[in-house]
Ligand binder design. Structure first.
Ligand SMILES: Cc1ncc(COP(=O)(O)O)c(C=O)c1O
Length: 385
């Protein structure tokens, strides 16, 4: 194809989810973080497959994403990690979506909106133990819980925090944050009428700290196949997404041939250049100018010159047998070679999360179904997300 396209292997997702599930005790829920269009993988097909693979909990950033998950999974538990506006109360109630209370005023505002509809809203309370983002400050959390739990419009059914960092072999803020969380939890437990569903760990803490699993782990990047290559961790997963495009033009060039805007690359020797259909508009990072690699006919070809809006140029080498229409792998594997998002992220000085979520939502996404688990008729094998 002469436009960039994404291949998502739902069989790999299924394997990853089962691997993660097997690492957990039966009383801990695997909560799949499916925000940002399921980390660029397409929220609806990912939610459908995850539900088939046994996932019962989903975490998203916005109510709009929660509604997409609800449409895909009628019986899932869905948690919105961002601050839901009180105006969205009907959507929360009608679609059985759990919001997170990010501060006391937010909690009371949601409760007022729920009461106005004649309902009691179930919600989780977030404690800010050091992330400095959403949540009631941990020093105020016990008092805030006491007041919020007396509000007749609210039923607090969960308690959570988010870790800013975790390093397995060094002191890190995460360890301190957990001490604050456990302190708050112990106090709140004394006041609570029933059990609270407690969840803290993202992928990194999950991989190293089974003692922090509690009632649920909110796993994102590890489910999509990244961040699990270090030795000694609980579960190893594989990348679910590959990104490909086509060669549009091939040219044989001499030495000293300038390439791209501002001629930031000059060929040191005669070679073969290929121009590919992908650019920064599609999410191919400009920081990969003169740094990135692609695979063509199983060979690594360096990105030469600047990444431009719609095209990149790569050096295929003097003896390359490359032709227009050939497939180029931007992220993925070809003939035993591979380039994954974490390698590109290192070259671009960013993180695989950004590499994956930068891939434009308009890039066609093709889904490979999991064996013995056919996709439902509503999920097109060549759907646009
Ligand atoms: C609140 C929250 N929980 C969990 C996650 C999942 O993190 P990870 O992808 O590292 O597992 C995120 C991701 O950004 C998040 O914001």
């Amino acid at each position: 194809m002469l436009t960039p396209w994404v291949q998502i292997d739902l069989a790999v997702l299924d394997r990853n989810l089962r691997t993660l599930r097997e690492a957990l005790d039966s009383h801990t829920s695997l909560m799949l973080v499916a925000k940002a269009n399921a980390y660029g993988h397409g929220i609806t097909p990912i939610a459908r497959q995850a539900a088939r693979s046994g996932v019962r909990w989903f975490a998203v950033a916005y109510i709009s994403e929660a509604l997409q998950v609800r449409a895909a999974c009628e019986d899932a538990q869905i948690l919105v990690l961002g601050a839901v506006a009180p105006e969205d109360i009907r959507a929360l109630l009608d679609h059985r979506v759990l919001p997170i209370i990010v501060d006391e005023a937010h909690g009371h505002a949601l409760a007022r909106a729920a009461r106005a509809q004649g309902h009691v809203l179930k919600a989780h309370l977030k404690v800010d133990t050091g992330m400095g983002r959403f949540g009631v400050q941990w020093q105020d959390a016990v008092g805030a819980y006491g007041r919020l739990s007396k509000d007749p419009g609210l039923e607090i059914v969960g308690l959570c925090t988010h870790l800013a960092s975790y390093e397995p072999r060094k002191p890190s803020l995460g360890t301190e944050q957990m001490a604050h969380f456990f302190e708050v939890e112990a106090q709140i437990k004394k006041q609570a009428n029933g059990p609270l569903f407690r969840h803290v760990s993202g992928s990194r803490a999950f991989l190293y700290r089974s003692d922090w699993d509690l009632d649920g782990v909110r796993v994102g990047i590890a489910a999509y196949g990244y961040g699990t290559s270090e030795r000694g961790i609980r579960a190893a997963t594989q990348p679910v997404l590959q990104w490909r495009t086509g060669v549009m033009q091939v040219k044989r060039v001499p030495a000293d041939f300038p390439v791209g805007y501002y001629s930031t690359h000059i060929t040191p020797a005669p070679t073969t250049l290929a121009t590919l259909a992908v650019g920064y508009v599609d999410g191919y990072h400009r920081a990969l100018s003169n740094k990135g690699f692609v695979l063509i006919r199983g060979r690594r070809c360096a990105v030469v010159g600047r990444v431009s809006m719609n095209w990149i140029t790569v050096d295929c080498g003097p003896d390359a047998d490359v032709a227009p229409g050939d497939e180029a792998v931007l992220i993925g594997e070809q003939a035993g070679e591979s380039i994954w998002a974490d390698e590109l992220a290192r070259l671009a000085k960013t993180i695989p999360y950004e590499m994956l979520t930068s891939i434009h939502a308009d890039c066609e996404r093709h889904y490979i179904s999991a064996p013995n688990l056919p996709l439902s008729p509503n999920t097109s094998l060549r759907s646009r997300s």
